[in-house]
Design a protein around this ligand. Structure first.
Ligand SMILES: NC(=O)c1ccc[n+]([C@@H]2O[C@H](COP(=O)([O-])OP(=O)(O)OC[C@H]3O[C@@H](n4cnc5c(N)ncnc54)[C@H](OP(=O)(O)O)[C@@H]3O)[C@@H](O)[C@H]2O)c1
Length: 262
């Protein structure tokens, strides 16, 4: 009997958080998985677990998405994968620090991961998706992509790039039957805030009701995919964007921030 050829879904940043939750969701939907991140041991373990649980195939590629030659190799593999039907570009990280104080090399890496690799991976995947005439691209941005704030100039700017890029890409690929979504989560319980950049940041400074789980973020993203080009999971996050974009509120926030520092 001929083995069924399943469509492939590639998830970057699948070694934890939202990317891991997306990998679980896609395995449940019957996609073969292609998991990408730097921590290969985690990708391997996740792939094996999901392959056993859902009868799919899973492979992984260790890639530092801030490293151009590595991204180039990954893009070449993407371009020659005819079964690729879903690309979830989720990998990312935050740097908490003002310009001139935050490490420039870290900020450059952030631009490489959030901006350059978004462009490169989507460019590699688009021709195949157009040819297939179906499929989806999810670019994980943030509510920060709608906002600005001291201490996160580069994060907000790179997330704004992802938001804008995905919205334009949605227009380009819609005529070919390919759905594109900019996913803009708010505070989500993942490893995002566990890095040393956030060691002086207190999770409890954000009210409990503003935190989502990665599973809930992914559930809403998948449900809205193909319906609208932007998904902001949860009405509270939509409210945060609306209020945060208000000039008066933004000034008040900055005043509180500088008063805390004094
Ligand atoms: N958590 C939040 O509150 C929140 C809110 C809004 C938006 N987001 C966005 O959600 C996305 C996922 O973050 P998360 O919350 O799930 O955080 P997370 O648990 O820390 O996961 C981040 C993922 O990105 C990968 N990654 C980071 N740098 C990488 C690099 N240079 N090359 C390859 N992979 C890299 C990490 O894998 P390795 O370390 O194994 O490489 C990890 O799998 C990010 O784009 C983030 O900006 C998060």
């Amino acid at each position: 009997m001929e083995e069924k050829i399943r469509p492939v879904a590639l998830v970057t940043g699948a070694s934890s958080g939202i990317g891991e939750a997306y990998a679980v969701c896609l395995a449940q939907k019957g996609y073969d998985l292609w998991l990408v991140a730097r921590r290969g041991d985690r990708l391997e373990a996740l792939g094996q677990k999901l392959a056993e649980a859902y009868g799919i195939a899973a492979k992984f590629t260790v890639c530092d998405l801030s490293n151009r030659p590595q991204v180039g190799d990954l893009c070449a593999q993407i371009a020659s994968q005819p079964q690729l039907e879903v690309l979830v570009h989720n990998a990312g990280f935050g740097v908490n620090g003002e310009i001139g104080l935050a490490e420039v090399t870290k900020l450059q890496s952030m631009i490489d991961v959030h901006v350059s690799s978004t462009m490169a991976l989507c460019s590699a995947a688009a021709p195949g998706l157009r040819k297939r005439g179906k499929g989806a691209v999810v670019v994980v941005s943030s509510i920060a992509g709608w906002l600005t704030g001291s201490g996160s100039a580069c994060y907000c700017a790179t997330k704004a790039f992802e938001l804008s890029f995905a919205q334009s890409l949605a227009k380009e690929l819609k005529p070919f039957g390919v759905a594109v979504q900019a996913l803009c989560p708010g505070y989500t319980k993942t490893e995002f805030h566990d890095t040393y950049e956030y060691e002086h940041w207190n999770r409890n400074s954000v009210p409990k009701f503003l935190w989502s789980t990665p599973e809930e973020v992914v559930r809403q993203s998948w449900q809205q995919l193909g319906k609208k080009p932007v998904c902001v999971p949860g009405w509270l996050n939509r409210l945060v964007i609306a209020v945060g974009r208000n000039a008066l509120v933004s000034r008040l926030r900055e005043w509180i921030r500088s008063a805390r520092k004094r």
